[in-house]
Design a protein around this ligand. Structure first.
Ligand SMILES: Nc1ncnc2c1ncn2[C@@H]1O[C@H](COP(=O)(O)OP(=O)(O)OP(=O)(O)O)[C@@H](O)[C@H]1O
Ligand SMILES: [Mg+2]
Length: 1081
């Protein structure tokens, strides 16, 4: 729902000065101050907006604010420039009424800013689209261009507009912008050549020198240093907060957006450079022989550069600075210029050059922003024009006169239009029109612009008059012609009342403007009005080979020599003001009156005297009076009823009939005199602000009462709501609690019941069990008893049929049967006949344990016997020998394991068959049990000599291997022991019984591959022969051998095989033979 608000809500002071009560200059000022101090810079006078310059940025120009004011009624929100812009735009768009926005105020009051705010607001709220946006952008970007060329830093304003500007923005029927037309008024061109103290020349000069690239400056023949140029004042060249270089870029960019071609921009810059160069041209006096004073250019370098820039022939311009040609009909007279005249000519050229360039810029911008199509457009004009200008020290000149004249005209239009609007509204609303008393300034306008005796007409007359014309002659003329005028004051006029007025100097005249008295100094009026540029100069300019310059000085064209004097500045201005006024009169006016709060450009300072001065000359009190002349306040019935309906019981809270009747009922109910208000067709008109404030006060009281009522109801409603909520919560809480308590109780009962139940059930079960057990025992007892009883009965019955030892027999039979079955079973499961087979069937019955293991043993023995019985006698003897060898050497000598697999052949030499040993075999008495080749170890060196070794059952024979000749024969009984080592060697020593015949030669130390067999066999001979002692077998690694004379120790050591010999024997000394045996591991 849209919230209905009003200007009257939250007002600081009074938002609309029309409602000021009591109305006086002091209360007006106080109200403005009060609002300004609360950051309320805008105040209305009816539909006029007073704008105070805040000199700081306020957060009231945001897009949100634009939205807030968009499509809202003027008095609906607090005063704002946007409200005025919105009202103007909407009545343009919706009611097809052309609008003009007139912004006035003194320099630095914020006119230009206000005009930009209006334009930006309109740009924000009007239609969008590519084409429309381009137009908007061009319109907005025309501002920086014109500001660069037309604005300057002054003591009052760092960005002071030195020209008047009126811009018509054209819209189509939808309210979309199509284009615009700019008109400029009276550029302050004197600034080009001279600036007051503390002020600067136009911004563009400084911007160009600061912002252009080195290359461009070189092209323009310029230096970056301001001090090089006479026309640039130096004391305030740099302005705080103004970045000339950045602004130059902005201007270049804006020119591009507006549509300037690159060569056009260059031409413009060339002209600006030319003006600077022009300022540097200086003259010195030069006396001619004919006695006339002449001037001469001091240094022609600047002139040369300027001519190069503009394509002018240097001699032409030089001549134009030296001579002045006056043409009259057929005559042409040339006079030389003295130094002062030459300077005058130079400055006039500079001023003309610059002001014409400025006008050309406006024309060029207009070309770009011109609306297309010939259909009628809706127009909104924005006028940013200098306000009343009064220099307190009486230093008001021609410019101030012109400016103030313009403001008089604007005031007149304001009065006319305001009254007309007022009157129209009264007629529209059917209210009786009563004549309004107000001051009409038409009489002052007439004093200035009257074609016969107006000041401007007289000035023109003076300027055109032949003969000597000075400012004094002009003042004299005024003194005679205007003497009687009520608003003209001069010391020398015929009007004697000013004769003694010392505040009025003789060279001045004073005009009583509507806004106050202004003292004008007559000096310079004629000159400035003439605005003379010597024809020689304009012709020289026309001759320039520069497109733009040529356009700017069309009067220099010799083909179009016009002998008429050019139009005076005053005349031109009057004409353009006339056009402007006619233009404005066709439009609906909207006023923005700008006020400057202080002279220091500072925020938060409100200088009473300064503001008072401004409200006087802006005629603001006059504004309020005109506005209040009829009815001070008016409001449509609907919002009026909506706002005040609470003041009457019949209209509160709803009035169902038409709003007008509601308001009538409402007003009749209130103690307000009938003459204080009138009912129009759609509005109520209130004559006096007091009545409105009375209504407001009543409303405020009513609102308070209503607020209390609403508060009361609201509080009641809130408390009741709270109570209901509490109640509901309490029920919920108690329900939950009860449920919880019941649940707990139930669980308790349930568990108690379960316990009781379980005890009861347990008790019952136990009781039942006991009963059942008892019954079971009874049944068992009965059964047992009956079984015994039956047994007894049966036994008693059958006893006669049983034999006494039947049991034993059955037992024996059973045992037998089992045994039988066991043996038969064993027979079929007997293991193999191999003596080494360890298998044996499992025992079937425990009681057969002994039998079973005995049978196993018997079976094994039997099996072994069977196995043995297969052997022949020889094989048996061999096994016996093997067995004996095992008993002798197993685990004692390392050679043994290798001998196990070798069969004991005995006769390795086959001595009987070998004819070589025939003799030997014959010599042997007994059967040779073993014949082999052994090594007999030589005690002297440990080396072996091969010998045949023969064993018979009685002796051991050693014979030569080759010849078979017996070398030694030892009867076995002479052998006492045999010594062998524990190792794998084949050494053995046959030790002979001391004292025996064989022992003469000593023991034998032999070595054989078949050592095990040899010794076993020798040993066997000892065991089998009953007459012999058992042969000792000594197994050790160190033993003594008795050689012929002495005993030698044979020592076995483990060594490394050498020269392929596995075993080597070395004599170490006389008593030691060392046998080195390779380790078996
Ligand atoms: N609404 C505003 N908000 C903030 N600052 C403002 C506002 N209006 C004006 N100013 C400040 O005041 C300065 C002067 O304003 P502006 O140039 O609009 O004055 P002017 O009335 O156009 O003066 P002149 O007649 O010399 O051209 C601005 O440069 C700006 O700093
Ligand atoms: Mg301005």
């Amino acid at each position: 729902m849209e919230v209905k608000t009003s200007l009257l809500d939250n007002m600081i002071g009074v938002g609309d000065m029309v409602l000021l009560e009591p109305l006086s200059e002091d209360s007006f000022l106080e109200n403005l101050k009060n609002r300004f101090e609360h950051n309320e810079i805008y105040t209305y006078i009816g539909s006029v907006v007073i704008s105070m310059n805040p000199y700081r940025s306020l957060p009231i120009f945001t897009p949100e604010k634009v939205e807030e004011y968009r499509n809202r009624n003027f008095y609906e929100l607090s005063p704002h420039i946007y409200a005025l812009a919105d009202e103007a735009y909407r009545s343009l768009r919706d009611q097809d009424k052309d609008q003009c926005i007139l912004i006035t105020g003194e320099s630095g009051a914020g006119k230009t800013e206000a005009s930009k705010l209006v334009m930006s607001y309109v740009a924000a709220v009007c239609g969008k689209g590519q084409e429309v946006n381009k137009v908007k952008e061009q319109l907005l970007q025309s501002n920086p261009v014109l500001e660069a060329f037309g604005n300057a830093k002054t003591v009052r304003n760092d960005n002071s507009s030195r020209f008047g500007k009126y811009m018509d923005i054209e819209f189509d029927f939808k309210g979309d912008p199509l284009g615009g037309v700019i008109s400029n008024y009276l550029l302050e061109k004197s600034r080009v050549v001279k600036q007051p103290r503390g002020e600067r020349n136009f911004h563009v000069f400084y911007q160009l020198l600061s912002g252009a690239s080195d290359e461009s400056l070189k092209k323009l023949k310029l230096h970056r240093d301001f001090s090089k140029y006479n026309y640039l004042s130096l004391d305030s060249a740099a302005v705080n907060g103004l970045d000339d270089a950045a602004n130059f870029r902005t201007v270049r960019n804006a020119m591009q957006i507006v549509g300037f071609m690159e060569d056009e921009v260059q031409s413009v810059m060339e002209l600006v450079a030319a003006v600077l160069k022009l300022g540097n041209i200086e003259f010195k006096p030069d006396s001619r022989s004919n006695g006339s004073d002449e001037s001469r250019i001091k240094d022609k370098n600047d002139l040369k550069e300027m001519c190069e820039l503009l394509g002018i022939e240097q001699s032409v311009l030089e001549r134009a600075f030296s001579y002045r040609t006056v043409e009259a009909k057929l005559e042409k007279v040339s006079t030389t210029l003295n130094v002062a005249q030459a300077y005058y000519a130079r400055d006039a050229l500079a001023k003309n050059l610059y002001s014409r360039l400025f006008s050309w810029l406006v024309t060029r911008i207009n070309e770009s922003i011109k609306a297309q199509g010939k259909t009628r457009h809706k127009v909104m004009g924005v006028l940013d024009i200098y306000g009343f200008e009064i220099f307190e020290d009486g230093d008001n000149s021609f410019e101030q006169f012109i400016i103030n004249y313009c403001n008089e005209k604007l005031q007149q239009i304001f009065i006319e239009l305001t009254l007309r609007e007022e009157q129209e509204e009264y007629i529209r609303e059917g209210i009786e029109w009563t004549n309004i008393e107000y001051f009409n300034n038409a009489v002052i306008c007439d004093l200035i612009e009257n074609n016969q005796n107006g000041i401007l007409a007289m000035l023109d007359e003076e300027c055109l008059r032949p003969g000597t014309v000075t400012d004094e002659t002009f003042l004299d003329k005024l003194n005679t012609i205007c003497a009687e005028h009520l608003h003209f004051e001069s010391r020398l006029s015929k009007n004697s009342k000013f004769l003694t007025d010392h505040s009025l100097p003789h060279s001045c005249f004073r005009i009583q403007h509507y806004a106050g008295k202004v003292l004008y100094r007559a000096e310079g009026f004629v000159d400035k009005n003439n605005d003379l540029l010597y024809r020689d100069l304009s012709q020289a300019m026309y001759k320039a080979n520069h497109k733009l310059i040529k356009q700017l000085f069309p009067e220099g064209n010799p083909a179009k020599v016009n002998l008429k004097r050019p139009l005076t500045a005053g005349f031109q201005f009057k004409a353009s003001v006339g056009t402007l006024m006619r233009n404005l009169q066709t439009k609906n006016p909207n006023y923005i009156r700008c006020i400057k709060p202080n002279d220091k450009k500072a925020s938060h300072i409100f200088t009473d005297s300064l503001v008072r001065h401004q409200l006087r000359y802006l005629g603001l009190m006059e504004n309020v009076r005109v506005r209040r002349a009829g009815y001070a306040f008016r409001q449509p019935y609907e919002p009026c009823l909506e706002r005040y309906k609470m003041l009457c019981k019949r209209t509160w809270p709803h009035w169902l009939g038409p709003a007008r009747e509601g308001v009538e009922v409402l007003m009749s109910d209130l103690p307000v005199p009938a003459e204080e208000f009138s009912f129009g067709r759609s509005k109520i008109f209130i004559r006096n602000p007091r009545t409105l404030f009375f209504l407001e006060e009543r409303r405020r009281q009513c609102l308070q009462d209503l607020a209390t009522l609403i508060q009361k109801i609201y509080r009641g409603w809130k408390c009741r709501g709270h109570f209901l909520l509490l109640k509901k919560s309490q029920i919920v809480v108690s329900a939950w609690y009860r449920r919880y308590a019941q649940q707990k109780k139930y669980q308790k009962i349930k568990s108690a019941t379960t316990v009781v139940q379980s005890y009861t059930r347990g008790w019952q079960a136990r009781k039942l069990l006991r009963e059942l057990k008892y019954q079971k025992r009874c049944v068992e007892a009965v059964t047992t008893i009956s079984a015994f009883w039956h047994g007894t009965q049966i036994r008693r019955e059958y006893r006669k049929f049983f034999r006494a030892n039947a049991g034993k027999k059955i037992y024996d039979f059973t045992i037998q049967r089992i045994m039988q079955k066991y043996f038969l079973g064993l027979k079929s499961t007997l293991p193999s006949m191999s003596p080494i087979d360890k298998n044996w069937p499992a025992r079937p019955y425990l009681f057969l344990g002994g039998v079973h293991s005995e049978l196993r043993r018997i079976f094994h023995l039997w099996r072994c016997k069977k196995y043995r019985s297969q052997f022949t006698e020889e094989k048996k003897a061999v096994y016996e020998e093997k067995l004996e060898a095992s008993e002798l050497f197993k685990d004692k000598k390392a050679l043994y394991p290798s001998s196990v697999s070798q069969p004991f052949k005995g006769d390795y030499l086959e001595i009987n068959k070998n004819p070589k040993y025939q003799k030997l075999s014959i010599a042997m008495e007994d059967k040779v049990l073993l014949a082999d080749v052994v090594n007999k170890i030589n005690r002297a060196n440990g080396k072996g000599t091969a010998r045949l070794f023969l064993l018979t059952k009685n002796s051991v024979v050693l014979a030569d291997q080759k010849t078979g000749q017996v070398k030694a024969s030892v009867p076995l009984p002479d052998l006492t022991s045999v010594s062998v080592s524990t190792q794998s060697d084949g050494f053995f020593a046959l030790k002979l019984k001391e004292g025996s015949a064989s022992a003469v030669k000593g023991d034998f130390l032999l070595s054989s591959e078949h050592l095990i067999e040899i010794i076993t066999k020798i040993h066997r001979m000892g065991t089998t022969a009953a007459d012999r002692e058992q042969l000792d077998i000594d197994i050790s690694d160190e033993f003594l051998v008795q050689f012929k004379h002495d005993k030698v120790c044979v020592k076995f050591i483990q060594g490394v095989p050498k020269n392929g010999n596995s075993v080597s024997c070395k004599r170490k000394n006389n008593r030691l033979l060392e046998v080195s045996v390779p380790s078996t591991a």
